[in-house]
Design a protein around this ligand. Sequence first.
Ligand code: PLP
Length: 367
Amino acid sequence: MIKFLDLQKVNLQHQQEIETRLLKTFRSGWYLFGEEVKEFEQNLSEYIGCQHAIGVANGLDALRLIFKAYREMGIMKPGDEVIVPANTYIASILAVTDNNLIPVLVEPDTDTYNIDIHKIEEKITAKTKAILIVHLYGQAIFSEKLKQLAKKHNLKIIEDNAQAIGAEWNGIKTGNLGDAAGFSFYPGKNLGALGDAGAVTVNDNELAKTIRVIANYGSEQKYVNKYQGLNSRIDEVQAAILNVKLPHLDNENARRREIAKYYIENITNPNITLPKPPKDELAHVWHVFVIRCTQREKLQQFLTDNNIQTLIHYPIPPHKQEAYKEWNNLSFPLTEQIHNEVLSLPISPVLTDEETQKVVKVINQFK
Ligand SMILES: *Cc1c(COP(=O)(O)O)cnc(C)c1O
């Protein structure tokens, strides 16, 4: 069977190094706020090119912490609005509502599946405080126009970079394009830990400090609490894994690009809508390779019957979720169409040429 993502194989690429590091961490007797975390934060901030990287418990917390810090700093208050893409993964939106801020949904551009920058300004009100961009499926979304828009309306740009670590816009890494960014190292992400982990990257010193303190119980000095904080820390074990894997990320993303290119050049079935590759190939790290098909269920079954595993990112849009009942009657036709038609093909640094060829062959046979 061709797995959607063979995580065992992904991590076994680095078996020796990982086992050595883990053993060292195990034997050290020190499991939080240690050398591995310090080193990882340094490595990540250098890789992204930003001033600060703060390791946290997961990607959702990374985003929650950014908004929570802005609230503590008096930059945002309950009831303020945040522009978000309507077709994002639920975590982006949970981070906003968790802070009593109001997500204002904006339709995507169906060429990129990223927020349609031209549809943002009409949604800006006196209460709008931020635009949360999501580099969905691994593709960077940014432009001068977006930057100008944020400047004109005095809005923060926050990046959900859970899917796009390593992607670039005009030579700048995602995670260093806006005011703050959240990363996820969930095992299936392009840079994956062996459990939950995440990070925030920022350049602003005060914001960085506030986030760090909130993530540690709101405490700067032990048993003295400045904020009603969270317990959201990355641990030494996960940081150790990430220290091993980060230096290999660019190579792994390059392999993903190779596979994506092969799919795009060789899938010729007229029933399939392929993703449009960006002009700058470095703008995409192909976290997932998403095609569209009006007979999505039939196609998925056909692939399953041919031993090819696929996933759907995502089957239900946020505004149709029970968790957000109040939005269930809203209409976002493009978002809804995308959720009905998308299918993600196998892509990963360990997918072989033979497997890639088989996927293409089977898809081209689908009628
Ligand atoms: C994975 C993901 C998150 C959340 O990350 P976790 O580490 O699972 O909490 C947030 N946003 C997007 C777009 C994601 O894909």
